[in-house]
Ligand binder design. Structure first.
Ligand code: LHQ
Length: 258
């Protein structure tokens, strides 16, 4: 059985972390399959959104601490380089939206995988833990970049240093995730959002992702230039034509994703 289940459906690539008996803890096999899933999503024109979730009661418990490859004394840098950084790079380089459906606890690299998605929806019973410091490590998987952006520096530092569990509601109240819904509504909410994103003008969504990530670390002048270049490209797409025609005709647009 694969550590990551991948299924395609009407423009949605469903990617499910699938080691439920281990709370979907990440080992080398899972990391490799996850990276491959995001790379597939990039290469397939009919994939217009990725829906990332966990099987069973957890979203992801982070690194599998029972994996001999990360035993104390081993080279964790090598594991990060081989397993984790490629996944986060593939997620942020994917010019398509990633929707994280956080169904349960997200700990360590599992939390940072969720935060590396573009839109995060969590069940009310879900929680996030930057558990790294509890075992003597620092947040990886892009956490030191993403946490201050999502939570602000004060909360990012405290979350990372204290390793305290925060509820989905707390993460939402702090503006770090898009929404929190009752557990019974998680499926319907995520399905609706995924369908909406799968019918959206995909090139525009990809450009939004690229420009907002790049804009966070650039000057206003550089952002203006970047917006100009990307808008030039988007202005030549069929989806822009369709959007304008649909607006004029007072009908819903039918975006083809190109
Ligand atoms: C686990 C795990 C787990 C193995 C639960 N591994 N078995 C990158 C590269 C290199 C090195 C290291 O790290 C990294 C990045 C990282 O992600 S570091 C952070 C690693 N993750 C953690 O430290 C989280 C550890 N887990 C927990 O704190 C708790 O299990 C959480 C809060 C996730 C869930 O708590 P509970 O709901 O109370 O469940 P539990 O603790 O009873 O866990 C259920 C089972 O899953 C249990 O096994 P058992 O045989 O006793 O039923 C756990 O041992 C196992 N499990 N996380 N990461």
């Amino acid at each position: 059985m694969s550590a990551v289940q991948v299924a395609r459906d009407a423009g949605i690539l469903r990617v499910t972390l699938n080691r439920p008996e281990k709370l979907n803890a990440i080992d080398a096999a899972l990391a490799g399959e996850l990276r491959a899933a995001f790379e597939q999503a990039a290469g397939e024109a009919n994939v217009r959104v990725v829906l990332l979730t966990g099987a069973g009661r957890a979203f992801c418990a982070g690194q599998d601490l029972a994996d001999p490859g990360v035993a104390p004394g081993s080279d964790l840098g090598a594991t990060i380089e081989r397993c984790y950084n490629p996944v986060v790079r593939a997620m942020r380089a994917l010019p398509k939206p990633i929707l994280a459906r956080v169904n349960g606890v997200a700990a360590g690299a599992g939390a940072n995988l969720a935060f590396a998605a573009d839109i995060v929806v969590a069940a009310r019973s879900a929680s996030f833990i930057e558990s790294f410091s509890r075992i003597g490590l620092l947040p990886d998987s892009g956490g030191t970049w993403m946490l201050p952006r999502l939570f602000g520096r004060a909360r990012a530092v405290a979350l990372a240093m204290l390793g305290e569990r925060i509820s989905a509601e707390q993460a939402h109240a702090w503006g770090a995730i898009w929404s929190v819904v009752d557990d019974a509504e998680l499926d319907e909410t995520c399905e609706m959002l995924a369908r909406t994103l799968a019918q959206a003008p995909t090139a525009a969504l990809g450009a939004i992702k690229t420009a907002i990530d790049a804009g966070a670390g650039s000057t206003l002048e550089a952002a203006l230039e970047r917006e100009c270049g990307l808008q030039r490209v988007l202005g030549a797409t069929g989806d822009y034509r369709e959007g304008v025609e649909a607006f004029a005709a007072k009908r819903a647009p039918q975006f083809q994703g190109r």
